[in-house]
Design a protein around this ligand. Structure first.
Ligand SMILES: O=C[C@H](O)[C@@H](O)CC(=O)C(=O)O
Ligand SMILES: [Zn+2]
Length: 285
């Protein structure tokens, strides 16, 4: 038995960079901030027309939760024409079952699920300590194998320096040199204690949309996330468990009032992680 599926999907149209300078704080938050994905006993989803990414949260509590089909996608199952990366982003242990095969997951585990998988079910080991699952999905045109990566797996890159408050460990999980996919590129970056800046110097990548999900941030802390064209930046104040959509023309970087972890995920024209257009710190406006 599973919990009844009540999963509306919020649809957001794409935006152009010229819109950003005229937006109010509320406009910016409505367009680019994705709050409220994680609610016990619920699946919540947002569809952005920027590279047709879907961001979804599932927090199974007393009963397992099934990945639903959403009406805006007009498919019988969610993954009929899509692929997904599922990241365990906090709470107790859990499992994701794909067509009858259960994958046990703890915080930091990543499950890539290939196109065409049918039944996907999320469950928590202990309903009193529910697992938080974050799913990012992109359209896919071929099937790659479903692969589980453990909390320490992937290609590890040590980045930054404590002297510039940006010492962090980046794990590339779904990428050209690791778990294969059609479009999706996904990993997890953890700030070391005392470091608070993520991607600085910042960059854009006109070939890919990216989404950052901030996790592991204390309840009374925030990340100041910077977006927009490098010459016209704006900011969002982001809380734990909230995501930000970064269109291909937008920088995406931020500084926390405390250390945190973030899941980054991209899709679009290519999968080349190092295909970035760097922005010198001194050129940001
Ligand atoms: O295009 C790649 C992305 O913005 C992230 O991978 C950056 C990141 O995780 C980091 O700086 O720590
Ligand atoms: Zn990026």
């Amino acid at each position: 038995m599973t919990a009844p599926v009540t999963a509306p999907m919020e649809v957001r149209q794409a935006t152009a960079p010229e819109q950003v300078p005229g937006m109010s704080t509320e406009d910016l938050r409505d367009r680019y901030l994705v709050p409220g994905l994680f609610a016990p006993g619920e699946v919540r989803a947002v569809y952005t027309h920027h590279d047709r990414l879907v961001l979804l949260g599932a927090v199974p509590a007393d009963l397992p939760l099934d990945l639903p089909a959403f009406d805006p996608l007009r498919t019988a199952t969610f993954l009929e024409r899509r692929e997904a990366g599922v990241v365990h982003v906090g709470g107790g242990a859990g499992a994701v079952t794909v067509d009858g095969e259960a994958y046990a997951m703890t915080e930091g585990s990543v499950l890539y699920v290939g196109r065409g998988a049918g039944a996907v079910r999320f469950a928590s080991a202990d309903p009193a300590d529910p697992a938080r699952f974050y799913l990012v999905s992109a359209p896919a045109h071929a099937t790659h194998p479903t692969v589980l990566t453990g909390p320490d797996g992937g290609t590890v890159r040590e980045l930054g320096d404590a002297l510039t408050s940006n010492r962090r460990t980046l794990r590339q999980v779904v990428h050209e040199g690791g778990v294969r996919s059609c479009q999706l590129v996904l990993g997890v970056t953890r700030l070391h204690p005392g470091s608070t800046w993520n991607t600085m110097p910042a960059h854009t990548h006109d070939r890919r949309t990216e989404a950052y999900l901030y996790v592991g941030l204390p309840a009374d802390a925030r990340v100041v996330h910077i977006l927009g064209e490098p010459s016209q930046t704006r900011h969002l104040l982001v809380a734990d468990g909230e995501a930000v959509v970064s269109p291909s023309w937008s920088v995406h970087c931020g500084v926390g009032t405390a250390a945190y972890t973030f899941v980054w995920a991209m899709a679009g024209e290519n999968q080349s992680f190092d295909d970035m257009d760097g922005c010198a710190i001194t050129d940001l406006r």
